[in-house]
Design a protein around this ligand. Structure first.
Ligand SMILES: Cc1cc2nc3c(=O)[nH]c(=O)nc-3n(C[C@H](O)[C@H](O)[C@H](O)COP(=O)(O)OP(=O)(O)OC[C@H]3O[C@@H](n4cnc5c(N)ncnc54)[C@H](O)[C@@H]3O)c2cc1C
Length: 383
């Protein structure tokens, strides 16, 4: 066992850091406060080979490992926290599920614009009555000739306000076994955006409504019985969520560290007060411990998918560490940390959302408990 990065991993991280310092440093603050997707960043990243890191070369990707993609998030977020979302969208999100399970037709048609940074894909799972209990989803696909008619709606979908393609979880039949997924294009008749909203992070999202949208058979990603595979693919998204939580916590930590060395009160640098030194020691411990779990999950996955248990532990640790460290970093920086002139308050707002998105911290704990006791714990009343 070796806890150091391999020389080629270190080299890759250094090169992404160098790229980020050159291309993303200017405008990092403005980008964080812009609700729109940073398309200019996406195109630069595509050129740099940072989209599709884990996607096979045959499909237009780089053929790298999940760990490489995690390192890319870390290096980008260290310079521009908001731009880490582009690494997420181009590597960890539904793009990876599409690359993993998509047909040759689906991959040939949709991967190229996504990998070129010209389009983005969303995953629509959550519905008004199906949040944590995602298998309660009601969006229905009904057979119609050589395809399906899809009816239903989705909420809270990241990128939904401007995504070109939606990977939507739908119900082909009853029960968990009846769930699968389809690819929906925004311009399909019957597909409409509803009320627009914003998360606390500033990101825009819009309700998605499907009114009798026709989906030909070749646009079904995983048919009836596909739910388990779908969630296995979703664990990659969770690793990206975890990596961003940790990276934004670390960004806030570094800002607070520099501030504590610079800022003087009572005639001394803040770093000289033991009360703050211990806060920094606690922050460091949380970041380092979470990082080990994140690296374990990513390294164990290699070129494949991370295990549910590794993923749940990594996401829980990183979500908690990111939020708590960002909050402590803000406290160390006083009113400056609380101000929108620095990115620390942004890191706190983003990390707060990741404790809910992609499986809340409570749902992750439920999953971890199942591993501990080697049994399932049905959450439904009366079961
Ligand atoms: C920033 C952000 C981005 C998102 N992006 C997407 C996206 O791209 N696509 C998408 O489909 N969805 C997305 N979501 C939605 C997200 O998946 C849901 O918010 C999440 O699954 C929780 O559902 P809910 O908000 O309806 O909360 P609820 O399920 O109503 O839960 C409310 C609270 O109860 C807790 N709880 C629920 N059940 C249990 C239980 N059995 N045991 C213990 N506690 C429980 C939850 O943890 C939570 O704290 C996003 C959400 C956020 C915040």
């Amino acid at each position: 066992m070796d806890f150091r990065l391999a020389p080629e991993q270190q080299q890759f991280r250094d090169s992404v850091l160098k790229f980020s310092q050159k291309e993303l440093s200017a405008g990092a603050l403005a980008r964080a406060h812009d609700p729109k997707y940073p398309w200019d960043v996406a195109k630069k990243m595509a050129k740099q080979g940072l989209l599709g890191i884990t996607i096979a070369e045959a499909d237009g990707g780089q053929g790298g490992t999940l760990m490489d993609a995690v390192l890319a998030i870390e290096a980008v977020a260290a310079v521009c926290p908001r731009s880490a979302d582009v690494i997420q969208a181009g590597n960890f999100g539904p793009i990876r599920v599409l690359a993993e399970y998509g047909s040759a037709f689906q991959k040939q048609t949709f991967l190229k614009p996504l990998l070129n940074g010209e389009a983005v894909i969303s995953v629509g799972m959550t519905e008004p009555e199906a949040g944590s209990a995602v298998t309660d989803l009601a969006t229905k696909a009904t057979r119609d000739g050589k395809g399906w008619r899809v009816n239903g709606s989705k909420i809270f979908t990241t990128h939904s306000a401007y995504a070109d393609l939606i990977l939507a979880y739908v119900r082909f039949g009853p029960g968990v076994g009846g769930i699968g997924s389809v690819l929906l294009q925004k311009d399909s008749p019957g597909f409409r955006l509803g009320k627009k909203s914003k998360f606390m992070s500033g990101e825009e999202w819009a309700e998605l409504h499907f009114d009798n949208v026709f989906v030909p058979d070749e646009m079904v990603l995983l048919g009836e019985g596909g739910f388990k595979k779908q969630i296995a693919g979703f664990n990659v998204e969770r690793i990206g969520n975890a990596a961003r939580s940790l990276a934004l916590g670390r960004y806030a930590f570094e800002q607070a560290r520099a501030w504590a060395l610079e800022r003087k009160q009572f005639g001394r640098a803040l770093a000289e007060f033991q009360g703050l030194q211990w806060k920094f020691a606690d922050m460091k411990l949380k970041l380092e411990a979470a990082q080990l779990l994140l690296y374990k999950a990513a390294a164990n996955a290699d070129r494949g998918l991370p295990t549910p248990e590794d993923t749940a532990l990594a996401k829980l640790a990183c979500n908690q560490a990111g939020f708590e460290v960002a909050s402590d970093a803000l406290q160390v920086m006083g009113a400056t940390g609380y101000s929108q002139d620095v990115l620390v308050e942004y890191c706190l707002r983003r990390c707060r959302g990741w404790m809910i998105a992609g499986g809340s911290v409570e749902i992750l704990k439920n999953r971890i408990a199942e591993s501990i006791f080697e049994r399932t714990f049905p959450q439904r009343g009366g079961s």
